[in-house]
Design a binder for this molecule. Structure first.
Ligand SMILES: Nc1ncnc2c1ncn2[C@@H]1O[C@H](COP(=O)(O)OP(=O)(O)OP(=O)(O)O)[C@@H](O)[C@H]1O
Length: 781
């Protein structure tokens, strides 16, 4: 009875808040309309409001200043428009569900408890001191996520506040009606989590603000250290936590941090699109999103055919029988380690004194400045200066030298030939220029000679332009040859570093690498070291603008890549999230310990998440037996059917069985159904075989930018970080998932399932299945 009355009162409050939100929406709509009109008006009258006057330098400067001023006004208006529109979207969302939690808190020294309601953003009523709804990121909201009724304290930027927590209440409000309401004591109620996790998955990730768990909250609000390392089980909410943390940082540092200063490195473009709606859904602008590969491509340009990580992965998965396979794997391990970074650093140290390789600067098949001459000039410069510093100076000298050479070039016969070929417009320009000079000097002697001179310098200047551009870009330094030298002679590295521990098969690794470089190909494992060498020689193109870097699926990054990211973003803090049980790329490391070396232990905080939220208890119990130490993973208590295992005799039967399963999964209401294959090649085969039974099927490959609901075939490495209502493992046979390094891949694949997991096999079963107790899955025929 008492609860009924409370429910009624709470509903009344919801109604009142919704009415106020409604009024604010109306006001904001009018305001955005006004701003929009204003922007249109400014753009219509843009050129009327500036006076264009370029008659003398002073007027030109004034004109530019006035254009800039107008552009600034416009940019400012557009900013407020975007801001108002974001707020409007948030309010519309809050009208439907204004808040999800309430805490009653008596601050020490006060006598009355304050009821604090929490939602995705703050809502204030004019004149009232306390907000009607507090933003979930406000310091006091920590009590909701972490506190238990009784004495509590929470941190604010101004210091700690203590008091007594009287109550913690959760709501599910939809369409402005309270659907459920319950008081919780310690954790954020399992009821709500059950409800949220039991839903069918979508094609976009959802925010978790209403149900953030205590251990996740600590990560989200962690402050003070340069590096935060989160290692967590599959489905423990690492990505979710990372995204809520971005939102929290943007709130906490709203005066100094913008979304453009935060970058998230994701495993692939599809994952980028999967997570891209979380922040806008919380009323924040999205952070920058990229992949490591995108960054490499941007920086390395078109110098090489760059292998991408998926092709490397395909090779690792499929190339077993190819000659040199083991050596390539050894090479990958070595080149991705910081040991190899030390080799390059040592090499750079040597290059400061000797050995930089230069290219001739040639013109019309003639050497204008020889590589030897350039080398002599370089090493004649002050040796205490850095390589990039000396190169900058050298480039200036070379440009001056080219100017001199251009002057000498004017009398060569080719210049005469090219003058003959010039178009009428150029002759006209030469004529005008001479007229102008005549006007100022009054001297008209020997017009013909002067015109010829003007045209000759014009021709030479034009032809020297690309040459000068290449000098400005330091193309006279032969970086590919410098990198190649590390592998040209297998004794080169050990001679330089006698104590170095080289991988087995070093000679073969050297031969493979040199050969590949000669084909103008850069293997994925060579790309970061090559870029590092380039940047160290040419000067590091750092990005000091970025203040926070997030790296998700961090187990797939090498120590070398992390060290590179640190160089690239010198002013950024980092949040790194990963799970070594899902490490699907070849790496020298088996844990995140090496990361401590990045900023030192004083600047590093480590968190571990062991509770898995994505999958049903039955799926977690099954998957955790596939890996060592899996018993530390705690399933969230949500029930579903046990995973199934179906053995079939051949491929045809496999297609038939799987398509039958797809149909029954669809009939059960599952929206996202993934048939996960090991490689891209296998995915294409599976797609071809299944398509005739299941026309709605879609094939995902590395070019696919996003996915839609429905059944889809996807290779294991693209399914990283994603989740599906149901997962069908295409062919779990020993030939695919048999070697130890395939165990983690198999685990990753199986842990993508939220509600149902079905494994099929058309051959000898994967040995990993024998690690799982038979009572944890059902064998079907
Ligand atoms: N506190 C929470 N409340 C509600 N849902 C949650 C919570 N934490 C995690 N989840 C859900 O669990 C699922 C897994 O989360 P997420 O993808 O962030 O995990 P992950 O650790 O990054 O997984 P993986 O490493 O396997 O890719 C998602 O559906 C997410 O919404």
């Amino acid at each position: 009875m008492a609860m009924d009355r409370e429910w009624e009162q709470e509903q009344k409050r919801v109604d009142a808040v919704v009415r106020k939100i409604d009024r604010q929406i109306e006001a904001l709509r009018r305001q955005t309309e006004g701003i929009k009109e204003n922007i249109l008006e400014i753009s219509r009258n843009f050129w009327d409001d500036v006076t264009l006057n370029f008659s003398d330098p002073h007027d030109t400067l004034e004109t530019i200043a006035s254009i800039n001023q107008q552009a600034r006004v416009m940019a400012e208006r557009e900013r407020s428009f975007r801001h108002a529109r974001r707020r409007l979207t948030t309010l519309v969302r809050m009208k439907d569900s204004p808040y999800f939690g309430r805490i009653d808190f008596v601050e020490d020294g006060e006598s009355k408890a304050e009821a604090i309601y929490l939602g995705i953003a703050t809502v204030r009523d004019e004149g009232d001191e306390l907000p009607l709804v507090y933003d979930w990121r406000a310091p006091i909201a920590s009590l909701y996520y972490e506190g238990s009724p009784g004495p509590v304290r929470y941190k604010t930027p101004a210091g700690e506040i203590s008091g007594n927590l009287k109550r913690k209440r959760q709501f599910i409000i939809r369409d402005g009606r309270i659907r459920s309401m319950f008081d919780t004591s310690v954790t954020i109620g399992d009821e709500l989590l059950q409800e949220v996790l039991g839903r069918h998955s979508g094609t976009q990730m959802k925010n978790i603000v209403a149900t953030i768990q205590k251990e996740q909250n600590r990560i989200i609000r962690s402050e003070g250290k340069r590096l935060l390392v989160v290692s967590g089980a599959a489905g423990s909410g690492k990505t979710s936590t990372a995204l809520q943390r971005v939102a929290w940082l943007l709130y906490r540092y709203r005066k100094s941090l913008t979304a453009k200063q935060v970058v998230l490195f994701s495993p692939n473009p599809m994952f980028n699109s999967y997570v891209s709606t979380v922040l806008p859904g919380l009323g924040e602008e999205n952070m920058q999103q990229t992949t490591f590969q995108e960054m490499l491509e941007h920086r390395l340009g078109k110098r090489f055919r760059l292998e991408d990580p998926y092709d490397q992965m395909e090779y690792v998965l499929q190339g077993l029988k190819e000659p040199g396979y083991e050596e390539r794997l050894q090479g990958i391990r070595f080149k991705t380690s910081t040991r190899f970074m030390e080799v390059i650093d040592q090499y750079l140290e040597r290059l400061r004194r000797e050995g930089l390789i230069f290219r001739n600067i040639t013109f019309n098949d003639r050497v204008l400045i020889s590589a030897e001459e350039i080398e002599r000039l370089f090493y004649a410069l002050d040796p205490s200066r850095s390589i990039p510093g000396r190169l900058e100076r050298l480039a200036e000298q070379l440009l001056d030298r080219l100017d001199e050479l251009a002057d000498e070039e004017k009398d060569r016969p080719w210049v005469e030939d090219e003058i003959e070929l010039l178009d009428a417009e150029t002759y006209q320009r030469a004529y005008k220029e001479l007229q102008r000079q005549k006007g100022s000097s009054g001297n008209c002697a020997d017009d013909f000679k002067r015109e010829r001179e003007w045209l000759a310098s014009f021709v030479v200047k034009e032809r020297f332009r690309p040459l000068k551009r290449s000098v400005r870009r330091y193309q006279f330094v032969d970086i590919p040859a410098l990198y190649r030298r590390l592998f040209s002679d297998p004794d080169f590295v050990p001679r330089m570093m006698p104590n170095i521990r080289l991988p087995q098969g070093w000679e073969a690794i050297c031969a493979q690498t040199a050969e590949r470089l000669d084909r103008k190909e850069l293997a994925y494992e060579d790309a970061t070291p090559f870029l590092y060498l380039t940047e160290k020689i040419e000067g590091f193109h750092t990005n000091p603008h970025i203040r926070h870097v997030f790296v998700d699926e961090a187990q797939d990054y090498s120590p070398f890549q992390f060290a590179f990211l640190k160089h690239l973003f010198p002013r950024a803090s980092m949040t790194v999230l990963g799970d070594f049980n899902q490490a699907i790329f070849i790496s020298a490391e088996s844990g995140f310990d090496f990361l401590t070396g990045l900023f030192g232990s004083d600047e590093t905080d480590t968190f571990i998440l062991t509770r898995s939220y994505r999958s049903t208890r039955q799926i977690v119990l099954f998957t955790r037996e596939l890996i060592e130490g899996g018993d530390r993973i705690e399933p969230f208590d949500r029930d579903g059917p046990k995973p199934t295992w179906t053995q079939v005799e051949d491929r045809e039967k496999l297609y038939e069985k799987i398509s039958g399963r797809i149909r029954s999964l669809q009939a059960a209401g599952h929206r996202t159904i993934a048939i996960i294959c090991k490689s891209g090649r296998e995915s294409r085969e599976a797609y071809e075989g299944l398509k005739k039974h299941c026309p709605a099927l879609r094939l995902m490959d590395k070019e696919t930018a996003s996915f839609e609901a429905g059944p889809l075939v996807i290779p294991s490495y693209l399914a990283k970080g994603l989740e599906f209502d149901a997962v069908i493992v295409f062919d779990a046979q020993e030939a695919r998932y048999g070697r130890e390094n395939e165990r983690k891949l198999f685990y990753t694949v199986c842990t993508r399932a939220m509600h149902e997991l079905h494994l099929y096999c058309a051959g000898k079963a994967t040995p990993f299945l024998s690690d799982v107790s038979p009572d944890l899955y059902v064998v079907e025929s």
